[in-house]
Each structure stands twice: as C-alpha cells, then as structure tokens.
Design a protein around this ligand. Structure first.
Ligand code: FAD
Length: 392
C-alpha cells in the first residue's frame, strides 16, 4: 500500500467505488481505496435489492435519480461493465387517501423535472403486474424507466475503471484511526500501516458514524436491519387475472403502506419489507419469525407466494439519517474530511450522481448542477423537517 496519497477513500461499496471512478475521470489518480473485507461490495451494496427509481418525494433525490439512471443506461459504453439493467418500471400501490394525495403531488413535481411517471388505476396496476391482488388499492403510480440493476456489476465497473486509470485498491485492510493536526486531516492508520494524505473520504456505509468519531464528528447515521427473501420458482403469468402466477418481467411492485415489495429474480420472486419494531443494530442474522409477518402481507398482494418455499434469504443494513437524506460533502470542522453517507436504504441507485458530486467537491470545492443544501452535514444542527418521505 502507498505511504502517501492525494485522497484516501474508506470503504469499497458502490459509494467508495463511484468516488474513485469520478476522481480518476477528473485526472485525480493518486488515490487509495481501503476496504476491510476480502472483496469489494460485501457490505450493504452486496445485500441490496438492486432497485433504481425516479419516484422520490424530494426534488433533490429525483435529480440524483435522473443523472444516475442516465449513467446506468449507458454504463457499458461509458464505464465498460455490463450491469444487467432492466427497465421494467416501478409500481407503487396506494391504499389510503393521504398517501394518494402525497403521491399525486410527487408525480406533478417529478413530471415538472421531466420524468415520465403516471398516476394509474388499480386495474391498470394489475395489468402491469399479472398475479397481483389489488384489493384495497385506491390508486398507483408507475414510471416505466425505473428498474433493476446489478449492484456488484456497478461497483466492480467503477472500481475496475478507476484502477485502470491508476487508483490503488487495497482489500483486507481496516482503517483504525484518522490523524489530524489542528483541525486538518494529515493521514490515517490502517492494519497495514499508515498513509499520509490531506483528503479522506468516509464511504463506510452503515459504519459512517464510527469513522466520524475518528475525527470527533457526530455523523447521525444509524444501521437498521432489512431482510430479503427469494422464493422457489414461480411460473410467469400469461394474463392479468392469473392469480396463481407472478409477473414475467422484473417490474418492482411496492405496497407503500406496508413497505412490502417484490420483483422477479430468475425463476423466483425476490421480496422484502421493513420491520418498524427492529431497533438499530449491526445484527445481520435472518429472523425467521419476521418471515411469518412478511408472508401474511405478501400473500395478500401476491397470493401465489403462499405456496412457494424460500430458496434463499439474507439480511443487510440500511444506513439511515434522521431525514432519510444523504450527507454528501465536506465537514467545515475538519479540513480534508469528506462524507458520502446515510443514503437511508436507497443509495445504490444514487451512487453514480453522488460519486460525481463528491469528486467535484473534493477537486473544485463545489459541484455543478446540484443544490447541496439538502445534503449538507450542517443541516442537522440548523433545522428539522423536510427530507425524503418515499422510503421503504
Ligand atoms: C436489504 C437491502 C435492500 C436494499 N435495496 C436497495 C435498492 O433496491 N436500491 C437502492 O438504491 N439501495 C438499496 N439498498 C441500500 C444500498 O444498499 C445502500 O444505500 C448502499 O449500498 C450504500 O453503499 P455504501 O458504499 O455507502 O455502503 P457499503 O456497501 O456498506 O460499503 C461500505 C464499505 O465500507 C467498509 N468499511 C467500513 N468501515 C471500514 C473501515 N474502518 N476500514 C475499511 N473499510 C471499512 C465496509 O466493509 C463496506 O464494504 C438496500 C439495502 C439493504 C440492506
């Protein structure tokens, strides 16, 4: 490992890899990315559902999506890696008037920003996702350009492209301390020795808070366990009323009120749901009792799931901020300390834009085409409210 680098990135998930790629594209290649696991993408990135959507409630997040989805669409040509991106759409099911009104406002805002998204009827929703039971649904929203991509492909694509431009990637190496002089970063300590640097990027996902503590900063990111289950094979539906089957394509369906979601994954169905009673922790063991709860909701929306066994299950960690918005940028208190943290369960899809923005902040002091105030670290001390409401 190098003893001196212009920039050191802590964490080799989609965020760290994207920052490395975007720095290298700007010609900053004296960069070391440090990951403690044997491979990149073994944290939240390797455990996520691959969902990519324009449909957020905050304008800032929709703009991150517009930029990121444009890159996903041309990832092979621009970054050089296949990412298995299927744009079969995201369908949000709405069961009460309050949510329907909020989503109607979101659709108007998203359309104003140029996103082709529609408010649709329950019948139209059922036609889009054959096998779906729309009982109790009073409306839905659908955006055809939303979809599912491969998180590992995206991370490895960014990492390999960065490496080919000269970025160093070091695995099985843990950052144990960050050195400062006065209020300035001067280097860091790792299990493989020390590195001198004037710029450190915190891309440690759910462990962002621990990295902040190394420089005396309180980063409000908490880890929350989230489960994913994959069913045994379920036949593809041939007609909308085919209640014993499931959609053939990879449309993502989200029952917003319960947060239950599913999409096709190979021959089976991938599904999950949030557990509001699960307290923050780093526990990633699968709770089989929780599966019973998910199944109760799942069979109402996709009845065919009642008869399918579970082929595979895992849990991962959301990295959640108080307003469900990320922190992207510098910390005024510690010169040379940068954050790309707290994406609150939807970071994979924003990694292209977020990495571009942070690379520009590191190199130029500010980012083009981005209002940074919703992402500023300082916002937590200054105000409350606002934030992102379309969280599952
Ligand atoms: C079940 C589940 C489903 C999800 N579904 C979606 C989805 O559909 N769409 C979406 O956009 N997002 C989704 N997410 C969220 C998404 O996975 C995260 O927002 C994103 O992966 C965060 O990326 P990251 O690079 O910041 O974190 P990570 O991928 O966790 O990477 C951080 C890395 O830092 C390393 N690290 C930590 N501390 C140190 C240290 N001291 N020294 C060295 N290395 C260190 C870790 O080992 C890790 O590899 C989901 C998450 C989960 C858990």
């Amino acid at each position: 490992m190098k003893k001196i680098a212009d920039v050191v990135i802590i964490g080799g998930g989609c965020m760290g890899a994207s920052v490395a790629y975007h720095l290298a594209r700007k010609g900053v290649t004296d960069v070391t990315l440090v990951e403690r696991e044997p491979m990149l993408g073994m944290g939240s990135t390797g455990r996520n559902a691959g969902g990519v959507r324009h449909q957020f409630s905050s304008e800032a997040n929709v703009k991150l999506s517009i930029e990121s989805i444009r890159l996903f669409e041309r990832f092979k040509d621009e970054v050089g890696q296949e990412i298995d991106f299927h744009q079969d759409g995201y369908l949000f099911l709405l069961n009460d008037e309050t949510n329907l009104a909020a989503f109607s406002r979101n659709v108007a805002m998203q359309r104003r920003l140029g996103v082709e998204v529609d408010l649709i009827t329950p019948d139209e929703a059922q036609r889009l996702a054959p096998g779906l039971n729309v009982e109790g649904v009073i409306g839905a929203t659908f955006c055809a350009r939303d979809g599912i991509a491969d998180p590992n492909g995206v991370t490895m694509g960014f990492a390999k492209a960065a490496q080919s431009r000269g970025v160093e990637i070091v695995r099985e190496t843990e950052v144990t301390a960050i050195r400062t002089e006065g209020s300035r970063v001067t280097g860091l300590e790792t299990t493989r020795g020390t590195v001198s640097t004037r710029a450190v990027v915190n891309a440690a996902g759910p462990y962002a808070k621990a990295i902040g503590e190394m420089v005396g900063l309180e980063i409000p990111v908490l880890p929350y366990r989230r489960h994913i289950f994959i069913s045994e094979p379920i036949a593809s539906a041939s007609s909308p009323g085919a209640i014993n089957q499931a959609p053939a394509n990879r449309i993502m369906v989200i029952d917003f009120e319960t947060t239950f979601y599913f999409h096709r994954e190979g021959p089976g169905i991938l599904f999950g749901m949030s557990d509001p009673t699960d307290p923050p922790s780093f526990d990633m063991t699968v709770s089989w009792e929780f599966l019973e709860e998910v199944t109760r909701v799942a069979v109402q929306r996709l009845p065919r799931l009642a008869e399918a066994g579970i082929a595979h299950a895992w849990a991962g960690l959301y990295e959640v901020t108080p307003d469900a918005m990320p922190i992207i940028g510098a910390a005024r208190e510690v010169e040379g300390f940068f954050m790309i943290n707290g994406f609150s369960g939807h970071g994979f899809q924003h990694s292209p834009a977020a990495g571009r923005i942070l690379a520009e902040i590191i190199c130029d002091g500010s980012a083009a085409n981005a209002d940074m105030s919703p992402f500023a670290y300082e916002r937590f001390a200054l105000r409350s409210g606002g934030g992102e409401a379309t969280v599952v």
